[in-house]
Ligand binder design. Sequence first.
Ligand code: PMP
Length: 334
Amino acid sequence: MSDFEYHGIDQHVGSTPLIRLRRLSELTGCEILGKAEFMNPGGSVKDRVALGIITDAEERGWLNPGDTIVEGTAGNTGIGLTILGHARGYRTVIIIPETQSAEKINLLRNLGAEVITVPEHPYTHPGNFNRVAQRLAAENHWFWANQFDNTAARQAHYRTTGPEIWEQTRGEVSAFVSAVGTGGTLAGTTQFLKERQPRLTAICADPYGAAMWSWFTHGHTDIRDGDSVAEGIGQTRITKNLENLVIDRAYRISDQPAVTILYHLLREEGLFLGLSSGINIAGAVRWARERGPGQTIVTILCDSGLKYQSKLYNPAWLQEYHLDSGLPLESILA
Ligand code: PMP
């Protein structure tokens, strides 16, 4: 028998390439690198978390073949849970705010999830997508993935994303930048990288309308003004995944520079990405400008533009939101 083994899709999550963002690296004199999470089987960074949560629940005996996983999600975690769930023998029920892109909602249905759309409500409201998932889990004896407060999410990034970045940069990474949805990516990756390199600068790139900039800069979540069209990010409370996380810098990033970056990357570097990736990259550029040339800055390319063709990549939609796809890349450096 050969040593070579073949595996199913659940063994092919992670180990994504680290891609050099050429023009932004040239303009800043830093290496600006994006971890290509859109290349995961379900097309996003959340596959790592979906697999991590499922595996953790299996090990604890909370999930058995044929069981149902229920989750409140902006879409990507639901996609990951559904495909990886199928690979492991589970079905999924997905609660998603109706404000999320039609592509994500249709995709979830086509993948075979039972999808329930709900109006968007704050976390404190019983109709909040997450609260609905929690309630349905209790009523039906389903497993609630609970990505926001299940620290298996943070652990998945501590075990995989952090070590991969460390290896791929040969330990030369000097800063890590991430936006926050659950906080799993920022917390888990930062924790691993700081254990290896305490001088690493950990940075939160926050969209408007969220409270993470306020939390990391002022120690309270009072400031959540403005708004963003980004999906999957924009947190207003300290989730369990964020507890005890210490970072070095937070930036508030508006949508326009992120859109400018996305269209540049699409037209000149062949990268087709969602808006949270643009916010992450804008954060990396802010730090490159603040600290100066010579750094190796890593951020996350969370998902692809495929899921946002009716929104971000639709000229009429952009116009409605007063976003311009034609600004020169240099405008973000002003
Ligand atoms: N970008 C996108 C597109 C996402 O779906 C998510 C997860 N909701 C994030 C970024 C943020 O990741 P995390 O939950 O690890 O903070």
